[in-house]
Design a protein around this ligand. Structure first.
Ligand code: NAP
Length: 253
């Protein structure tokens, strides 16, 4: 069923993984989707797949942590599609290490993509949303926000996103803009595959080790997150704002 009816939806970090799943879902919901990723070629490839499946999409290269790059990309979107109605701040990286081994560069890189990136995109996108008195922002947090060994940088960034989300909901609510966050648990993507590799474990063993901790006894897929994004950017969630929704196959904290 088409519900988003040509609304312009930007999904950052959408060339692959959870972002690509969200981009596909919003396109099938009827949105015109802007796939943003570091590599314009990779973004364009995912956008082309969406178009081949009957959706509307464009792929733009942009580093979410770079103010000039975000400004230039938003200008392109406004010029080509007139504005932004929906923003999903999904781009992410991990640079895991125990605190005593964590470098300042790895701390700053993680803060730069998750926190600075979400701030830069939300600040840029709210202008067209405020003008239309309608908008939706969904930020990707993580259950790592509640504490995760070896992820001081990532868990601080993902906890920061939760406070950022609630504050934006308060500031932007009067302009018809709802802001929520999703905190995924274990989702099968390149990010979790890289974690398995870093721990020297085969993927199947890594998954098997986690399953007893997940009440529904399966790991998540990008579509599990995309389903919730689809709800949060539609009209059925218009009285839901400032919430952090754990999507983790069970209670996460
Ligand atoms: P992923 O497979 O590693 O994909 C992340 C995407 O973000 C990649 O396409 C990457 O581009 C892009 N990206 C990285 N830095 C960027 C930047 N500076 N500017 C623009 N794009 C950038 O990760 P994922 O698992 O799909 O995760 C998506 C989001 O969900 C992240 O915010 C992550 O923290 C969050 N999350 C994931 C899980 C999980 O279990 N997978 C759990 C909780 C939360 P490149 O390919 O060029 O690097």
């Amino acid at each position: 069923m088409t519900t988003l009816n040509g609304k312009v939806a930007v999904v950052t970090g959408a060339a692959r993984g959870i972002g690509a799943g969200i981009a596909r879902r919003l396109a099938s919901d009827g949105a015109r989707v802007v796939v943003v990723d570091l590599s314009e070629d990779a973004a364009a490839e995912t956008a082309a797949e969406i178009v081949a499946a009957g959706g509307e999409a464009k792929g733009f290269g942009s580093d979410v942590s770079d103010e000039a790059s975000v400004t230039a990309t938003v200008e392109r979107i406004v010029a080509e599609w007139g504005g932004i109605d929906i923003l999903v701040n999904n781009a992410g990286i991990i640079k895991d290490n125990l605190l005593f081994k964590m470098t300042v560069a790895d701390w700053d890189a993680v803060m730069g993509v998750h926190l600075r990136g979400s701030f830069l995109w939300a600040r840029a996108a709210q202008a067209s949303m405020v003008a239309k008195k309608w908008g939706r922002i969904v930020n990707l947090s993580s259950t790592s926000a509640y504490g995760s060994r070896g992820q001081a940088n990532y868990s601080a960034a993902k906890a920061g996103i939760q406070g950022f989300t609630k504050t934006l909901a308060i500031e932007l609510g009067p302009f018809g803009i709802n802001v929520n966050a999703i905190a995924p648990g274990f989702i099968a993507t390149d990010m979790t595959r890289a974690s398995a590799e870093r721990m020297g474990m085969e993927w199947d063993d890594y998954v098997t080790q986690y399953l007893p901790e997940i009440p529904v006894r399966r790991v998540g897929e990008p579509a599990d997150i995309a389903n919730v994004v689809s709800f949060l950017v539609g009209e059925d969630s218009s009285y839901v704002s400032g919430q952090i929704i754990d999507v983790a196959g069970g209670p996460a904290h």
